[in-house]
Design a binder for this molecule. Structure first.
Ligand SMILES: Cc1cc2nc3c(=O)[nH]c(=O)nc-3n(C[C@H](O)[C@H](O)[C@H](O)COP(=O)(O)O)c2cc1C
Length: 190
């Protein structure tokens, strides 16, 4: 059976992370199951010029956020992991409080209850106390909170390189075979 990855895209800025994850998953022969919120569709279009149809074409299967009867809503549908990229503070709050108010947050709830890996690429700045508390709650439940904060020590030459560096680390953290984040080789004293 192919490795199945659930991908959620919400209305936080950073739509490129979700898109690159879908593209890399395809290269790694990972089967993707995509849920995009209405705000996610707005941001993907605003930031990348892709409409819902073009975005969903990057995934193997796509579901409407209101399709709460879809296979992703049940733990009996076996998946390797789920990633929400980018993850808004609204969706983070819904996950942290177990709201399951749409298919994306229900799939995240299922991922946690089945003790599978859930990674949230949360994005906001600065954080208020609710955001911080919700990140703590999600972490306490077993989720991995991975804000898309770029590292500069590999001296990236482009935004695409910056994005891909994080995407590869996320794929590796999700336990997907073939992901190959670039290891830090160390540096001598100045
Ligand atoms: C251009 C734009 C950028 C946004 N960026 C963020 C963001 O970085 N983080 C965030 O939490 N919300 C952001 N929002 C607000 C969310 O889209 C909004 O809270 C929405 O209700 C989230 O719903 P969802 O989680 O169902 O996608 C942004 C909205 C717009 C229009």
């Amino acid at each position: 059976m192919p490795q199945r990855l659930v991908v959620g895209i919400t209305g936080a800025t950073g739509a490129v992370y979700g898109v690159r994850l879908l593209q890399r998953a395809r290269e790694l022969d990972v089967q993707t199951h995509l849920v995009v919120t209405p705000s996610g569709v707005i941001n993907v279009h605003h930031e990348l010029g892709l409409d819902r149809q073009a975005l969903e074409a990057l995934a193997d299967h796509a579901y409407a956020p209101g399709d709460i009867g879809a296979c992703l809503a049940s733990g009996s549908f076996e998946t390797a992991a789920m990633v929400v990229a980018p993850c808004s503070m609204r969706s983070l709050a819904a996950v942290a409080h177990g709201l399951s108010d749409n298919l994306l947050t229900r799939a995240a709830d299922v991922t946690l209850k089945e003790r599978r890996r859930l990674l949230l690429m949360v994005r906001e700045t600065p954080f208020n106390l609710a955001h911080l508390r919700n990140m703590t709650a999600a972490t306490e439940m077993g989720a991995i909170v991975f804000p898309p904060l770029p590292a500069f020590y590999h001296r990236p030459a482009s935004i695409a390189e910056l994005v891909d560096e994080s995407v590869e680390r996320v794929l590796a953290l999700l336990g997907l075979q073939g992901a190959a984040p670039r290891p830090w080789q160390g540096v001598g004293a100045a």
